[in-house]
Each structure stands twice: as C-alpha cells, then as structure tokens.
Design a protein around this ligand. Structure first.
Ligand code: ADP
Length: 529
C-alpha cells in the first residue's frame, strides 16, 4: 500500500479527530502498513493503541488484537465503536459470549465488517477459534502488553508463550505487531525471541518523564506522620499512596481520615461495587487521596495525579516506574516519593521464599535492583533510565535536576578497607553464613551458630569491631548491590563471593559507600542521621 503522509493525516483526523501524530506513531504506522513485523516500546500514555488501531481501520481484513485483560479490551472496543456507526467494526471474542453473540461476531468478521477483533490468549488458543480464524482474511496480529511473555516482566502470563505457534497456524506471513510499556532489555529480548520477530523493526520511545520528581526517604517508625505532613503540604492535590498489604492500606487510609485528609482505601479484598465506588470518588475528585495496593492503577487515566507515595518499597524498578508513571500524566508536577527500609526488602524476600526456585531467583534479582535504586546516591533518573537501557545525561538531560540526589548530593566515604574485611570474612568462613552471622563475626559477637563452628577462635573474628553492626549491615547491602557478594538462592541468604568479589580481594580498589541510611540493630528500621 503506498500512502502519503497527507493520506495518513487525513485518516487520523477522520477516525480519531487528531490533527497530529504523537511521537513515533506515524513511523510505526507506516511500517505496519507495509506489512512488516513491528515492535513498539513506548511508556504508558505514549499512544500505543492508535499505532495498531489506525492501520487496522485502513487495511483490508481483520486485525487480531491479543490483550490480557477483558476490561482493557472492552474499553477499546467501546472507544472504536464510538468513532463509527458500525457496532461490528470492533468485537471482543471471549468465552463469556452467548452462542448468538459468537455467531454475530463471526458473521461480522466473515463479512469484512470487523476491523479489530480483541481476544485473550486463552480464547485464541481454542481450537474452534483457530479453525475459524484460519479461513478469514487477517490484516495482522497485534500482541498488546507483550511483556506478559516474559518471566522478567511485571505481569507474566504463561498463555502468552504459545502465541507464536498459534499465529503460525492462522496463515502464512501474517505480520506481528508487539507492543509494550516495559523497557528492560531482558524483557525485550524475551519478546523478540518468543514471538520470533528478529526481523521486526523496533520503535522505542524515551522513557524519561522529565516532569516527575523522584525522591527516596528513609522509612522510620514515624512514616505515617511523614506521609500526613507531605499530604498536608500538598493539600487539595490528587495523590496515590501504595502499600504492600491490604491491612496497611486500611489502617493508613483511616489514619489519614482521622487527620482530616480526604482519603479512601482500595484493594482487591473489597467487592467490585466498593472498589468501583472508591475509584470513582478518586476520579471524580470527591477525595484527594487513594491509599491502595498495586491492584489500583491499571487503566486509570487521571491526568492530574500530583503525587505517588510508596509506603513500602515495590518489588522491582519496573513496578516502581509503572506505579509512579501514574503521576503527572498531563505534563504537570508529579512527585514520586518512596519510603525505604531494608526490613521491607526482607519481608518481600520472605514472601518469595515459598515460590519455585526459578521465580525466586528472578524475584530476588529484581529486588536487588530496587534496593540499589533506593540506596543509590547518583541521579535517580539516570539510574532508572539506565535500567531501561537508556543513556541519560545527568547534567544537561531533560529533568536532570528533578530528584533528591541531584539537588542534595549525599555524603560518601571511602570503604575500601572495610569491604576487604567483609569479603575476607565471607571467604575465610567458606561462604556458609548469612548476613547476620557475618556481621556478628566482624564486630566480634558470638551466637550459637558462630560458636558451634568455632569461628570466634579465628584470627579474623572481630576485625571490624571499630564499626557497629548497623554500619556493617549497610555495607553488606551496598556490596551486594555492587555485585561483589551474592546471596545463595537454594539456602536463601547465605553470602557468596562473586567473581568480581574475588577480583576485589586480589586487587582492592576504591569503594564509595553512601552514608545515607543507618539501621538500628533491634528492628532494622532506618533512622535519620
Ligand atoms: P498507551 O496504550 O501507550 O498507554 P493510549 O493508546 O492509551 O496509550 O493513548 C494515551 C492517550 O493519548 C489516549 O487518551 C489517546 O486518545 C491519546 N492519543 C493517542 N494518540 C494521539 C494523538 N495522535 N494525538 C492526541 N492524542 C492522542
């Protein structure tokens, strides 16, 4: 199909009423119209849907859109039907349809009326649907939320794994469009491999959100008071506060209410009606704040969320990026504040310990990254974008001064000698202890485990006694993050040297330790120093 830019623009205007394409949309659409495999990586709100909707409307045949959530499909179908007189122009094909409805959908597809057919991967896998779709003219298959293919993504769906073989059965050379807002190189690799789209043209938009301000504060026992103070300073503004547990969601919402802040709780434990009511109250601005678990947010498009607070550290940088991404959609201010205590990380670790080993391994690796984010003293924006494989100039880049570290550089101190002492203890004890024992050995304290191994008789016992346990705990974490030590997965928590750690022992070099967080011995809560 040979189309000029004017044709494309007039179609855009005709179907969607927009006069300009957003970002990479036009280039993506041109590629799709040329029947090429296409991989679109754009942050949420970047305008991915239009990338396949417009070519689907312009092309002959029906485009299949694979999507993981019925609610998302329904929204899109409603939106498309809104731009056309024809109800049949877009359909969802799923197992909840009645026989009559299925018949109607199939009729519309066969008659060439349906341009977009939304299906969940489970429905696409059904033999009767494959048999039906084989016989109709398909323009392309769009795999929305393609990160669901990858275990390293934030929403792994095993059914997504089989898509390629199903698509192959639908016909020869059907173009595939993969779309995701997950930017990590690992996930992208998985998607390309799994969908066998090595020749796809990749369109990747920047994930930088220059209007978002990133901040991490130590989480103390006064975290509720800190949150109340923050919300009061931002009175009248919309905000989301994420908590890990449902219980905490309810408690915190109540604490806020008692303190005169209009807030509602939200989590998956409420029935659908209650959830819808609280969500509407937030969207309609009857309340300022929603205190929620991560169940809240998917598909929420409130443009003027002014802050996103994480009461507990999220399970990955990816989740953090997605959750904070709900702030400042309108381009205005968006403050992303995370409270961090290592204790929370241990909670998440414990939570994962019952899961299959492979899952734990991934979960822990992702967790180490978010710990590194929380503890880092470098530009947080640079850190996040680096994680997504994007280079960011922390001096001149857009939004360079928009984080706590950029505004208030944290003090650091040389810890080369201490790292050496730590690595030696791990090595000399034959890598059999967890952090707790290693730290005790360093400061020269005994427990049953240590005395049973007679470690207290060794010459390295107590070599770090000039520092306290909280110092060593912090150093272990930073050394883990720096990749000199790693935790064993099988007997989780046992410290091992990495190759980089061995190398450090042979050729010690400077190690800059950030002096920001200190953890008290009893409860491992951060205290501000
Ligand atoms: P994503 O799927 O990437 O999160 P959406 O497809 O939901 O993003 O698009 C986000 C918003 O941008 C929607 O409200 C959509 O209508 C709007 N949008 C998309 N393309 C354009 C455009 N070319 N001009 C103006 N608005 C657009």
């Amino acid at each position: 199909m040979s189309l000029t830019s004017t044709d494309l623009h007039s179609s855009l205007k005709k179907y969607f009423g927009f006069s300009k394409f957003k970002g990479l949309q036009e280039k993506v659409i041109e590629n799709i119209l040329e029947d090429r495999d296409t991989f679109v990586i754009m942050p949420t709100g970047g305008g991915k849907s239009l990338c396949y909707q417009l070519p689907a409307l312009m092309k002959e045949g029906t485009a299949i859109v694979v999507s993981p959530l019925i609610a998302l499909m329904k929204n899109q179908v409603d939106a498309i039907r809104g731009i056309s007189e024809q109800t049949g122009i877009a359909h969802v094909l799923n197992s909840s349809l009645t026989k009559t409805e299925v018949k109607q959908v199939k009729e519309d597809v066969v008659n060439g009326l349906t341009k977009l057919l939304y299906v969940a991967p489970e429905s696409l896998a059904k033999e009767e649907n494959v048999e039906f779709l084989k016989k109709v003219h398909l323009s392309f298959v769009a795999v929305d939320e393609a990160h669901c293919i990858s275990e390293w993504g934030h929403d792994f769906r095993p059914e997504y794994r089989n898509l390629r073989s199903i698509i192959d059965r639908l016909g020869d050379n059907i173009p595939i469009i993969g779309l995701t807002a997950t930017a990590t190189p690992k996930v992208q690799e998985d998607i390309i491999k799994n969908l066998a789209m090595t020749d796809a043209k990749v369109f990747k938009a920047s994930f930088n959100r220059p209007n978002l301000f990133y901040e991490v504060r130590p989480k103390t026992q006064n975290v509720d008071a800190d949150i109340i103070r923050f919300v009061k300073q931002n009175q009248g503004k919309s905000g989301i506060i994420y908590c890990l547990s449902r219980k905490r969601v309810e408690e915190l919402a109540q604490v806020l209410q008692v303190n005169g802040i209009s807030a509602v709780p939200y989590h998956a434990g409420f029935d659908a009606k209650t959830r819808a009511r609280y969500q509407d109250m937030f969207l309609m601005e009857e309340v300022d704040v929603v205190v929620a678990t991560i169940a809240f947010g998917m598909g929420i498009d409130k443009p003027d969320v002014r802050f996103v607070i994480h009461h507990d550290i999220p399970k990955s940088i990816e989740s953090y990026y997605q959750e904070t991404g709900r702030a400042g959609r309108d381009g205005g201010e968006g403050h992303c504040l995370a409270f961090y205590a290592y204790k929370d990380v241990e909670k998440l670790e414990k939570f994962m310990s019952g899961k299959p080993v492979a899952e734990q391994e991934i979960g822990n690796a992702l967790l180490q990254e978010i710990v590194a984010y929380a503890e880092t003293s470098m530009s947080r924006r640079k850190f996040i974008l680096h994680y997504f494989g994007e280079d960011f100039d922390e001096v001149n880049g857009e939004g360079a001064d928009m984080d706590d570290n950029a505004r208030n550089p944290k003090p650091k101190e040389e810890a080369k000698d201490e790292v050496l002492k730590l690595l030696r203890v791990v090595k000399e004890t034959n890598e059999k202890f967890k952090t707790k024992e290693v730290v005790k050995i360093l400061v020269g304290k005994v427990n049953a485990m240590i005395s049973s191994h007679k470690t207290d008789e060794k010459e390295f016992f107590g070599t770090g006694s000039e520092k306290d346990e909280s110092y060593w705990m912090a150093l272990v974490r930073q050394v883990l993050v720096a990749g000199l030590l790693k935790k064993e997965i099988e007997r989780y928590g046992i410290l091992h040297l990495t190759l980089a750690g061995e190398e450090f022992l042979k050729n010690p070099r400077s190690f800059q330790m950030t002096k920001d967080h200190v953890y008290s011995e009893e409860n491992d809560q951060a205290v501000i120093t």
